[in-house]
Ligand binder design. Structure first.
Ligand code: SAH
Ligand code: DHB
Ligand code: MG
Length: 232
């Protein structure tokens, strides 16, 4: 994680926030459950690092266009991205989300229940590496869509485990891969940036997936996603 407290990081450019507000007003319907999830997360003392509303819908549309019936999320926080993704599921679909913090998982479970998606979502509380190893060991059915958004230093380990829980065509999305450009600084000592650089080195040699990166600006500043699809 970035060692700076979130408020001490560079603020987003005003125009980025203006454009987020503009498209949010046009493209997103007001959703009380999502807004309440953010309010309850703040109330519960969770850091304000959930995806933005437009990013949440971006993830939801990706999962929908993949017709995902089984979704895996690594890094739950208060369940905000989880709710966006759960709404992409058809009836009978399932989302498993991995979280290390009991306190975060408690807030998330309440938010998921209030959003009416608790029946479709399992929050597994443990270090993600342990939950992933257990699912692999137990031969869990492959996931159709995977969102990696936990401790960035472990990104390569999470990606490798995700691949073991995938099938041809599974989409794997990794959040926070740009971090204000730190990823491209070959002298960076930031553990998160180094974790993403290790992931990029790995992806450069991993023939089983095809990947790209999308840089983003908005309310959360300058950051981005890696998108990867598992090859046939
Ligand atoms: N996906 C959320 C944000 C997740 S923030 C959203 O956009 O709404 C990252 C989360 O990963 C935090 O809740 C943190 O507690 C969790 N985390 C950090 N290290 C972890 C680990 N080793 N295993 C599982 N979760 C971890
Ligand atoms: C951090 C983590 C996130 O998942 C995110 O989207 C933004 C910031 C962080 O650890 O600082
Ligand atoms: Mg994130």
């Amino acid at each position: 994680m970035d060692p700076r407290p979130y408020g001490a990081r560079p603020q987003p450019e005003k125009v980025w926030s203006d454009v987020d507000a503009y498209f949010q007003s046009k493209l997103l319907a007001p959703d009380a459950a999502l807004e309440n999830a953010l309010a309850a997360s703040a109330q519960g003392g969770l850091p304000a690092i959930a995806v933005t509303p437009l990013q949440g819908k971006f993830l939801q549309l990706l999962a929908r266009s993949a017709a995902a019936r089984r979704i895996l999320e690594i890094g739950t926080l208060g369940g905000y991205s989880t709710i966006w993704l759960a709404h992409a599921l058809p009836s009978g679909g399932k989302l498993i989300t991995l979280e290390i913090s009991d306190a975060h998982a408690d807030v998330a479970r309440k938010n998921l229940a209030a959003a009416g998606v608790a029946d479709r979502v399992d929050v597994l509380v443990a270090p993600a590496a342990d939950s992933l190893a257990k699912m692999i060991r137990e031969g869990a059915s492959p996931f159709d869509f995977i969102f990696i958004d936990a401790d960035k230093a472990s990104s390569t380990a999470y990606f490798r485990a995700s691949l073991a829980l995938s099938r041809a065509g599974t989409m794997i999305v990794v959040d926070n891969v740009v971090r204000e450009g730190a990823v491209a600084d070959d002298a960076t000592r930031d553990a998160s940036a180094l974790g993403i650089r290790e992931l990029a080195d790995y992806l450069a040699t991993e023939a089983r997936v095809s990947a790209t990166a999308v840089q983003t600006v908005g309310d959360k500043g300058y950051d981005g996603f890696i998108l990867a699809v598992v090859n046939p």
